[in-house]
Design a protein around this ligand. Structure first.
Ligand code: DGP
Ligand code: NA
Ligand code: NA
Length: 210
């Protein structure tokens, strides 16, 4: 019996690094070279929990900080059965943000430590590859004004970036740091190369957990 599963690939980074554009280009390129691949994003604002998160991000509602952290995590958990099913069917998942954004964004708030922030995500499927799109706060600012959503300020993003740096020290994860200041096409080529290697390596490997 063949057990060629799909690869679980995550793109992370601060806001404006180009994650969404690169996720779309990657899925398209993988499909064109004959892989089965699908895009996903977190938060997934379409579910009931996602709608609570969306209202919070749009500042239409205020939620207590621990509560919102748990909602973001619950939003990942509710998609786990579908994610596992796809991976086991041989579909590679290209995911725009995951638990690392969860930890980096909440722990950038006063009074939160990395350890507490990581706990609700323990047991989630572990990505085969985490591509971190590295962009300095100065370069991010040059890309234009931040939007009006929650978290979209240079000071907060600087804190988030520092938290990501700490998370990248985890040797149990396959982090690849990519310079997001290069051109869209060069960035895409680099991301595609890493992703194809991850798809090859995932074959016959079990899906592990965070
Ligand atoms: P996006 O739809 O990719 O623009 O993400 C929405 C915003 O939410 C963005 O500023 C990053 C933040 N975010 C993403 N995931 C989490 C999470 O799990 N926890 C927290 N606190 N913020 C998150
Ligand atoms: Na955003
Ligand atoms: Na995005």
């Amino acid at each position: 019996m063949s057990c060629r599963r799909g690869a679980f690939i995550v793109l992370e980074g601060v806001d404006r690094a180009g994650k969404t554009t690169q996720c779309k280009k990657l899925v398209q390129a993988l499909q064109e070279s004959g892989h089965r691949a699908e895009i996903m994003r977190f938060p997934d604002r379409t579910t009931k929990i996602g709608q609570l998160i969306s209202a919070y991000l749009e500042k239409k509602s205020d939620l207590e900080d621990h509560t919102v952290h748990l909602l973001f995590s619950a939003n990942r958990w509710e998609l786990v059965p579908a994610m596992r099913q796809k991976l086991e069917q041989g579909v590679s998942l290209v995911v725009d943000r995951y638990a690392f954004s969860g930890v980096a964004f909440t722990s950038a708030k006063p009074g939160f430590c990395l350890d507490w922030c990581k706990k609700p995500d323990v047991g989630l499927p572990k990505p085969d590859l985490v591509l971190f799109l590295q962009l300095s706060p100065e370069e991010a600012a040059r890309r234009g004004e931040y939007g009006a959503e929650r978290y979209e300020s240079s000071d907060f993003q600087r804190n988030v970036q520092q938290r990501f740096q700490q998370l990248m020290k985890d040797p149990s994860l396959n982090w690849k740091v990519i310079d997001a200041a290069q051109s869209i096409e060069d960035l895409h080529t680099e991301i595609k190369t890493h992703s194809e290697a991850a798809i090859k390596a995932a074959t016959n490997q079990p899906i592990t957990e965070l």
